[in-house]
Design a protein around this ligand. Structure first.
Ligand SMILES: Cc1ncc(COP(=O)(O)O)c(C=O)c1O
Length: 472
């Protein structure tokens, strides 16, 4: 690991113990300093813009040795998605770690590497959830007090789980940028070590162990597709993979709503990127890490940006075909393939780290519905039918006759202008696939004068050009 100033911190002794104190969030939230959020001038000595650290392969092997009793070696298996994608897809199931994500690798290593004194004082970090969870869990196990600042957009289940692991949780800041400022200020105020969740060198080294495992588990890997938030995961994985197998392609994936690594590559350095809410909440980092960028940028072969709808479809495919519940960030790699951004990998051996499974149940439900809608399997339409007795029953019979299932139905009379004996019926229904949807559309149009469908996805978007002939 390069960077003189940080050597002492990086190679500190392992021992130390203290009580894992649970502090109320309220006390911290009432701090005047936190409310003012004036932490612009506080810099993190481990993550400096002027002297970024480049990780070394040996840092990753040291991490692998030190975390091996605390971290699962997760399976990396040939997937059922191979047929759908035309690639030999292997899924690295890191969502099976105890707290549901790869973040345990780095968090555990960073905590193990603290000095006795640092362990006694405790650590602080800002996180959208997975790093906070990992730090809380391993902090509890190692008896190290942990404080996490989570922005208000962090998923509720992640916030709750951090509290359950005994961490002191501060929910403040509109995004990761603000949460980080607050955490930096608190670290100064309370003399806590700040552990950046993607840019601290020990974090990157820990994440790199996932790359070591991939190299060990799958032969002749052509490409690894890595979701990118702050860049720590791809930095570690790219270094491990490129060192062991220089010919393997490393591809980064971001959501279009927070493409901060792509922007950094264009600018030649980390730059602030405005972010919007995304299904891949774990990737919503407005500025990638300096160390992560310095380490990963020379090793990445390609960056891809995916649209939200593909993330929803990827989540749905993983549930249906693999029986895996994966959060948006973890599904981003598959989303990039399904979106057709990586067609050059057809016929190749491709590894997708499914790096997180922490998704709120309600969000999962919405993702599945959106995915079904994008697939043309969940449809919305309105149709004007006769208001005579049996008019609506006839519509229901027609739909039942072709096996379409009604999820929701409502009718209204007052706003119909044309015919006093007509009623407008609004229906949400389920079909088997886009072809089935087009049959429904044809039959309705043959039987009723006014039929208005919500958007039916274009068949090209679904990778099924031949279906287009069936659409009306
Ligand atoms: C599930 C998941 N995947 C990928 C990432 C991206 O990791 P990094 O921020 O190190 O780029 C995150 C970050 O939190 C994540 O939670």
């Amino acid at each position: 690991m390069s960077g003189q100033d940080n050597q002492e911190l990086l190679h500190s002794p392992l021992n130390g113990s203290c009580s894992n104190k649970i502090e109320g969030a309220e006390r911290i939230e009432n701090s005047a300093i936190v409310q003012n959020g004036t932490a612009d001038d506080i810099s993190d000595p481990m993550c400096s813009s002027s002297s970024p650290l480049q990780l070394h392969f040996e840092d990753i092997t040291s991490a692998a040795f030190k975390v091996k009793s605390a971290i699962l070696i997760t399976p990396c298996m040939k997937s059922h998605l191979s047929e759908l994608t035309g690639m030999d897809v292997f899924l690295k199931k890191d969502f099976l770690q105890y707290t549901g994500s790869f973040k345990e690798r780095g968090a555990c290593y960073a905590l193990i590497m603290l000095s006795d004194q640092q362990r006694r004082k405790g650590v602080i970090s800002a996180s959208l959830g997975n790093h906070a969870l990992a730090l809380s869990y391993h902090g509890h196990k190692l008896n190290i007090p942990v404080t996490v600042v989570m922005p208000v957009v962090a998923p509720i289940m992640k916030i709750r789980a951090c509290r359950q692991h005994g961490a002191s949780v501060v929910v403040q800041g509109k995004d990761m940028g603000e949460a980080k400022k607050i955490a930096m200020q608190l670290s100064k105020e309370r003399d806590l070590i700040y552990i950046n969740g993607y840019d601290h060198p020990h974090i990157m080294a820990g994440q790199g162990t996932l790359g070591l495992e991939i190299a060990d588990q799958v032969n002749d890997v052509d490409a690894v597709i890595v979701p990118v938030g702050g860049g720590g995961l791809i930095a570690g994985v790219a270094l491990a993979i490129k060192t062991l197998h220089p010919k393997t392609t490393v591809i980064g994936v971001e959501s279009e709503r927070c493409a901060s690594f792509s922007r950094a590559l264009k600018a030649g350095k980390p730059v602030y990127t405005p972010i919007e809410s995304t299904l891949a909440d774990g990737l919503a980092v407005p500025m990638v890490g300096y160390n992560a960028f310095a380490t990963a940028a020379p090793l990445i072969d390609k960056m891809v940006v995916v649209e939200e709808k593909w993330i929803a479809i990827a989540i749905l495919r993983l549930v249906e075909l693999e029986k895996c519940v994966v959060e948006g960030a973890g599904a981003a790699g598959l989303a990039a393939i399904l979106a057709g951004h990586l067609d050059e990998l057809k016929g190749k051996r491709v590894v997708l780290p499914l790096c997180g499974g922490n998704i709120d149940t309600t969000i999962l439900g919405r993702c599945l519905d959106r995915g079904l809608a994008c697939d043309g399997r969940l449809l919305k339409f309105s149709v004007t039918v006769s208001d005579r007795p049996g008019g609506i029953a006839e519509l229901c019979r027609l739909m039942a006759s072709i096996g379409v299932s009604i999820k929701d139905i409502m009718h209204e009379r007052a706003w119909i202008q044309s015919d006093i004996f007509s009623v407008e019926v609004k229906v949400v229904c389920e079909t088997q696939d886009i072809e089935h949807a087009s049959i429904l559309k044809r039959i309705l149009c043959e039987n009723y004068k006014t039929v208005i469908f919500g958007e039916i996805p274009s068949p090209v978007l679904l990778g099924a050009e031949d279906v287009s002939t069936n659409l009306i």
